[in-house]
Ligand binder design. Structure first.
Ligand code: HEC
Length: 500
């Protein structure tokens, strides 16, 4: 933005000083803001609060930057009407402003409570991805390619069409997703007068928003069509021009040091020294990272362990790897937040100590399907046969499901040669498998798999012990169980006396 908006508008950037504040404030603050993705999860509370505070502060530099970009156009707004490059850049900068206004709001716990895990977040990031990054890229390409090939753009009209179809595409993409996210979140949370979940079947909340997904697809298609039109336009432009390989210098090379007496800003000093710039930037970024990370590594109370939480069995570990490989986390979270509706829907809320052997953890960030953190326990528990049928064709046990089938899990086999290595890798990461466990892991694997296969066969479902589906079922059946195995005492809270 700071390079191309002034170039395309033929105007100096509105405020050089503001751009510097924008840069340093952004890189300093942003790194602290990460935990805003983890509000209400089992992350330590103090980390979440830091994330909130710093995310909210980000609004200042972000808007400073946006205003700096728009004010660069002061006096040349009439050009925006004619110049397609400027049109793209203006929408891009505006989208940046909208996304960076919404971001701090989403970082507030009271908003995040609704938005997180829903399509709202997806809408938010697409305003940034399609509007800010996408349109800025388009504008830059339309400006740069004709320059590089010493010619005019092949078709201004086509580029204008691209602008409109792209802008409409973004609207058609984002608005239905906002709608979907809000509808979905409200349905998840709604209770009847009797105090029961109004929509206990998660699928109802999915089917409700399918029309919005269709709209989103139309918006995405429009955006993509625009990009294809641009590609054609630019190829034609390249064909008609000839490449300027080496441009004559028009100004003397920048000097290495800055000159106070020539009236240069002191900040020029660091801009002209890439290595120093790198080192200072790195330092500025590291401060927030270190403050948030070092205590979580070093202070044990940040990750309270739970004695009944045990490492996965070898079969479950293999199942977990399949879960990761297939990308199930894209649609499923494993993090029950401490809200009435989530506890009613999924079971006891998730504790940090439940994930200490998950490398990496599978908390996820989006619930296209239901949370699976308590899949192996309580009301959500399904039989092995149910899982078998569901993975083969989700719409059979769950009519109307939009989850894809995974038929290959029924043919493919787990590679048992890898198993000892995986156990050793986990040991390296601190999972307390006993010494020598890697050598007997395959036996344990087979024993557990055989019992699941026997259970499936009782239901007339064929499987071999090394089939991937068996491992995946074992993993799903394990999820969320361990805290219920805690020894029962007088102080055992109500939650531990559930069915299981
Ligand atoms: C495109 C999104 C999507 C993907 C990818 C996906 N699922 Fe699902 N999943 C859903 C939806 C939607 C439902 C709810 C409807 C149903 O039961 O099928 C669901 C339901 C489930 C359920 C039943 C939960 C319950 O208790 O009702 C399980 C178990 C499950 N998925 C496991 C998986 C596994 C394992 C994978 C990866 C191999 C996976 N899912 C990949 C969308 C997805």
């Amino acid at each position: 933005m700071y390079y191309f908006v002034p170039k395309a508008a033929d105007r100096p950037v509105y405020s050089y000083r503001l751009s510097i504040i924008h840069f340093w404030a952004l890189i300093f603050l942003y790194i602290w803001a990460g935990p805003h993705h983890l509000l209400y999860t089992a992350t330590p509370d103090w980390v979440q609060s830091l994330g909130v505070v710093f995310s909210f502060m980000l609004i200042a530099p972000s808007w400073g930057g946006m205003i700096n970009g728009l004010l660069t156009l002061r006096g040349v707004w009439d050009k925006v009407r004619e110049d397609v490059v400027l049109k793209f850049l203006v929408v891009a900068v505006t989208a940046y402003g909208m996304a960076t206004f919404e971001g701090p709001l989403l970082s507030l716990k009271s908003v995040n409570w609704i938005s997180h895990f829903s399509d709202w977040t997806i809408a938010h990031v697409h305003v940034g991805a399609l509007g800010w990054n996408g349109f800025l890229t388009f504008g830059v390409l339309y400006w740069l390619i004709p320059k590089m090939f010493r010619t005019e753009l092949y078709s201004k009209k086509l580029a204008n069409w691209h602008f409109w179809i792209g802008t409409l595409g973004i609207l058609f993409y984002a608005i239905p997703l906002y709608w979907a996210g809000f509808a979905q979140a409200m349905m998840w949370k709604e209770f009847t007068d009797e105090g029961m979940l109004r929509y206990p079947n998660f699928l109802e909340t999915v089917n409700q928003i399918l029309p919005m997904y269709a709209m989103r697809a139309i918006g995405g298609t429009m955006f993509l069509t625009g990009a294809i039109m641009m590609t054609y336009n630019l190829i034609k432009t390249v064909r008609k021009g000839n490449f300027l390989a080496d441009e004559e210098a028009e100004a003397p090379a920048l000097e290495k040091t800055y000159h106070k007496h020539k009236g240069e800003h002191w900040h020029r000093w660091i801009e002209r020294k890439p290595v120093q710039m790198l080192v200072v930037s790195l330092f500025v970024i590291l401060i927030g990272g270190l403050v948030e990370m070092i205590p979580t590594f070093l202070i044990k109370s940040n990750i309270p362990t739970i004695s009944s939480v045990k490492p996965y069995t070898p079969l479950e570990l293999e199942g977990r790897d399949i879960y990761v490989r297939e990308g199930c986390y894209v649609c499923h979270s494993q993090m029950v937040r401490p809200f009435r509706d989530e506890v009613a829907r999924y079971g006891e809320y998730s504790k940090a100590g439940e994930f200490v052997y998950d490398h990496p953890f599978q908390w996820g960030s989006k619930r296209t399907g239901p949370d699976l953190a308590r899949e192996g326990v309580g009301n959500n528990k399904k039989s092995n046969a149910w899982h078998y049928n569901h993975m083969l064709d989700p719409a059979v046990p769950s009519p109307g499901s939009i989850m894809p089938p995974y038929p290959w899990l029924f043919d493919k086999h787990v590679d048992l040669e890898m198993l000892p290595k995986k156990i050793r890798a986990m040991q390296t990461l601190g999972v307390p498998y006993p010494e020598g466990y890697d050598l007997i892991a395959a036996n344990e694997f087979m024993a557990q798999a055989d019992s699941i296969v026997a259970d499936l066969e009782k239901n007339g479902l064929p499987a071999e012990s090394t089939n991937e589906i068996v491992a995946l079922i074992a993993y799903l059946q394990r999820l969320g169980r361990d805290i219920y195995n805690a020894p029962k005492t007088d102080k055992t809270p109500v939650i531990l006396t559930e069915k299981e």
